[in-house]
Ligand binder design. Structure first.
Ligand SMILES: [Fe+2]
Length: 171
């Protein structure tokens, strides 16, 4: 057991800095063509070939570093890159219904209190909320077990991120 797991199980998330991943993925090569609500996600088929290769490397990196310490019984589901915050993500929610029970959020742009774009985490118990203005290189691991919720706020500045979703047995 690594030391972040206790916190992760209690609060439903864990936060890391992974500058290396930001250098690994050439986000400037990604064309954000889908601007309608819920249609803008860039799945594998919509990403340039070189970015797909970089995302595959990133996936291997985070799988080995963060998923395998949790369990060896896991299934990788997908990765997505998007820009902005849609209406559904700005209310408290849990993404477990989409099939994965654990996913990563990886941030490519700094956010600030003056411009918004915060991400918040809520776990069982009165007033249990943590708020962050993500910075480039922040990697958040989210547990989607019932009782854990998150939301994001719209930003006035560029806010690009990637998610990597897994189903991990026994978490
Ligand atoms: Fe979400």
């Amino acid at each position: 057991m690594t030391d972040w797991v206790t916190e992760f199980n209690k609060k439903g998330y864990a936060k890391f800095q992974e500058t290396e991943l930001a250098n690994m993925i050439d986000i400037e090569k990604v064309d954000f063509v889908f601007h309608e609500e819920r249609l803008r996600d860039n799945f594998k088929g919509n990403l340039p070939k070189e970015v797909v290769e970089q995302m595959e490397l990133a996936k291997t990196y985070i799988t080995q570093k963060y998923i395998e310490p949790l369990s060896n019984d896991y299934e990788f589901m997908n990765y997505v890159i998007w820009e902005g915050v849609d209406a559904d993500s700005s209310i408290w929610h849990n993404d477990g219904f989409e099939g994965g029970n654990i996913f990563f959020l990886f941030y490519f742009d700094d956010q600030f209190p003056e411009s918004g774009g915060e991400v918040e985490f809520k776990w069982p118990g009165e007033g249990n909320i943590d708020t962050y203005y993500p910075k480039k290189g922040d990697l958040m691991l989210l547990n989607q077990a019932p009782g854990f919720f998150h939301r994001a706020s719209k930003s006035k500045i560029q806010r690009r991120l990637a998610s990597f979703t897994y189903f991990v047995e026994g978490v």
